[in-house]
Design a protein around this ligand. Structure first.
Ligand SMILES: Nc1nc2c(c(=O)[nH]1)N[C@H]1C(S)=C(S)[C@@H](COP(=O)(O)O)O[C@H]1N2
Ligand SMILES: [Mo]
Length: 219
């Protein structure tokens, strides 16, 4: 058992999700090509947007908000909410796929694209990994090439409304090509790193990469 479990989390829920990973639950054993198949293997569509997290839903008002983008970068950033909101914004429509088998199509997002942030902080070529750190103590890791995609955003709005506290507002990560556990809610810090650092679920049996079309649920 990793010893970095944040305080106050729902331990029962975490134990049962770990057991699912150990048992390889929900695996269909098939893969699909995202160019031709919209719904990844083993997923089913939902209309609402379920809430999943460790059981802590921090309240982050404008005064408490801080977003650091740092690590192996030339120009680290530490942004207040008003500074974040003043960055160039873009709109995007994408699907969400959760490892617990639900998918939701055509979500309308507004936010700052990952590429805008990368251009601004100028990570070293050696920084091949990106680690997300959230206010509730959650962490998750992705490869830099996956962060550096046109559909990756730090989003503040969904369907024309500010992202709710339950879903990680005021600002969360959105990585639509990976299972949703890679999209950190209540984002606090984006760290560019030379070495990989498996995050909360990656240390507890989830796949390090998490591609839904390859059914990379568990590692
Ligand atoms: N900060 C934080 N981000 C998180 C989590 C969490 O517990 N804390 N859970 C992850 C998991 S396992 C999932 S499935 C998605 C769920 O996002 P949603 O509640 O908005 O559907 O958030 C991901 N991001
Ligand atoms: Mo999840």
């Amino acid at each position: 058992m990793p010893d970095d479990t944040p305080e106050g989390v729902n331990e029962k829920l975490i134990r049962s999700k770990r057991r699912w990973a150990e048992d390889g639950r929900l695996l269909t054993g098939t893969t699909a090509d995202p160019e031709t198949v919209r719904l990844p293997p083993g997923q089913r569509l939902v209309k609402d947007w379920p809430v999943l997290d460790l059981g802590i839903q921090p309240m982050i008002d404008a005064r408490r908000f801080r977003l650091d983008i740092d690590g192996t970068v030339k120009r680290p950033l530490s942004l207040r909410l008003d500074e974040f909101m003043a960055l160039p914004m873009a709109e995007s429509v994408s699907d969400m796929h959760c490892v617990t088998q639900w998918s939701r199509y055509d979500n309308h997002w507004q936010g700052v694209s990952a590429r805008t942030l990368i251009d601004s902080v100028e990570p070293s070529d050696k920084a091949k990994h990106v680690i997300f750190h959230a206010v509730d103590g959650y962490t998750t890791n992705v490869h830099r090439d996956q962060f550096d995609q046109p559909d990756v955003f730090l989003v503040h709005s969904w369907e024309g409304q500010p992202i709710s506290r339950q879903h990680g507002g005021p600002v969360r990560v959105l990585m639509p090509r990976l299972y949703l556990w890679k999209s950190a809610k209540w984002i606090r810090r984006i760290e560019f790193a030379v070495g990989d650092k498996p995050g909360f679920w990656e240390e507890r049996g989830y796949h390090n990469n998490g591609d839904p079309w390859l059914e990379e649920r568990y590692g």
